[in-house]
Design a protein around this ligand. Structure first.
Ligand SMILES: Cc1cc2nc3c(=O)[nH]c(=O)nc-3n(C[C@H](O)[C@H](O)[C@H](O)COP(=O)(O)O)c2cc1C
Length: 373
């Protein structure tokens, strides 16, 4: 069940967290080989099939150690809720290895949902123990599971017994500063049969504020013998490489930076191979947005397509000269076609150093469109 990208830079395999110098060899999670040290972090409302395929196309098939879906409610999945089922869709021809993330608080329902995931052909199933959202926590799932490690372990155990594929978990450093119990929870998770543990180095109370604690990630990696994946604030390929060199974790996850820069996994490969990271030009950016729009349109209604495009563009335009002007003007577009029109003219103008001129023209067009006829 290995993913077998054709790569020049993989000298060795390893099966457990190892010294910082040999993360490059990849690692195994049960019988699934993770050939790349950077994984795509699960992001609800973001990492659907359209997004994952877009990142794979930008970075290169095989450039991502593991792809993970958005989290799915085990209640809705086991009840056959159509939208939840469709969120589990993946493209088995290019999305390997792929994990489906589940959230819930009942061992039996989690186990039943995991069976559905395994039957659909996913290589792994991940249990969410880190989501801070009140709607998830109030129902006993996500980060709430860290407040009841014994229950969390029971859920993992039931799931491990139910499926032949590796069961993994994702957690935070704890509930809040006075309950930073990730070491205890990670130990129990390993005993319960979890075969990989991802740690976002923030507490539930922190949400996404403050700096993530990578010392905590390293402490977990040195405590358990299954691979540990660190997550939190990796913004560039260079920074990711530096983190990989320093951490005891087997790999890292990249979340928000993959929205801002879907080429980031490919750039990391470039750096690892000793090359300068690829820099996408305006045509590549335009083509990426257009392809993403087509993929979204295949699955979503028009209103949702425009919303998702804006979500991508709000981050994709960061760091591009004139990106602020683009966000002020273009992200007000109502239809996705109008938005794509702005994308085509803006990225070309930005590359030519003419973002200001683009903004003047775009404003003129907007006020002409608003004038009564
Ligand atoms: C919009 C959004 C949605 C997220 N949804 C999930 C999720 O469904 N499951 C999960 O385990 N983590 C989720 N996370 C947390 C990320 O996987 C990741 O751990 C966190 O964003 C820190 O990494 P980053 O700084 O690279 O984004 C989400 C984060 C964001 C920003």
């Amino acid at each position: 069940m290995a993913n077998t990208p054709d790569l020049p830079w993989i000298p060795a395999r390893r099966t457990a967290p190892a010294l910082p110098a040999d993360w490059v060899g990849g690692f195994d999670v049960g019988d699934v080989h993770i050939a790349r040290p950077a994984l795509l972090a699960p992001m609800s409302g973001v990492t659907d099939l359209a997004f994952r395929r877009t990142v794979l196309e930008a970075s290169g098939t095989g450039s991502i150690g593991l792809l993970t879906t958005e989290f799915l409610s085990v209640e809705l999945l086991t009840a056959g809720h159509p939208r939840t089922r469709s969120r589990m869709d993946f493209d088995a021809s290019i999305e390997r290895p792929l994990s489906v993330q589940l959230f819930g608080d009942c061992p039996q329902t989690m186990a039943e949902a995991a069976r559905i995931v395994a039957a659909a052909g996913a290589q792994m199933v991940d249990i969410n123990g880190g989501c801070p959202a009140p709607k998830v926590v109030k129902r006993g799932g996500g980060a709430e599971l860290m407040r009841d490690p014994v229950r969390f372990a029971k859920i993992i155990e039931a799931t491990v017994k139910a499926v032949p594929i590796p069961v993994t978990v994702k957690m935070r450093s704890g509930w809040n500063d006075s309950q930073k119990n990730v070491l205890e929870v990670a130990r129990l998770a390993e005993q319960a049969g979890a075969q990989m543990i991802s740690v976002h180095g923030r507490t539930r109370a922190q949400l996404y504020s403050g700096a993530p604690d990578w010392d905590v990630v390293d402490a977990v990696a040195q405590t358990v013998s299954v691979p540990v994946i660190g997550s939190g604030d990796l913004v560039t390929a260079e920074q990711t490489l530096e983190r990989l060199k320093r951490t005891h974790a087997a790999g890292v996850m990249i979340g928000r930076a993959a929205i801002m820069n879907p080429w980031i996994f490919g750039q990391l490969d470039d750096l690892i191979a000793g090359n300068a990271p690829r820099i996408p030009g305006s045509q590549a950016r335009i083509a990426l947005v257009e392809a993403f729009a087509i993929r979204l349109s295949e699955r979503l209604p028009e209103r949702a397509v425009a919303g998702r495009l804006k979500q991508l563009l709000a981050r994709l335009s960061k760091g591009v000269p004139g990106g602020g002007l683009f966000r002020t003007i273009a992200l007000r577009a109502v239809t996705h076609e109008a938005l794509l029109g702005h994308v085509r003219t803006f990225f070309e103008a930005a590359e030519a150093g003419e973002a200001e001129r683009w903004a003047v023209q775009a404003r003129q067009q907007l006020s002409a469109a608003k004038r009564p006829r």
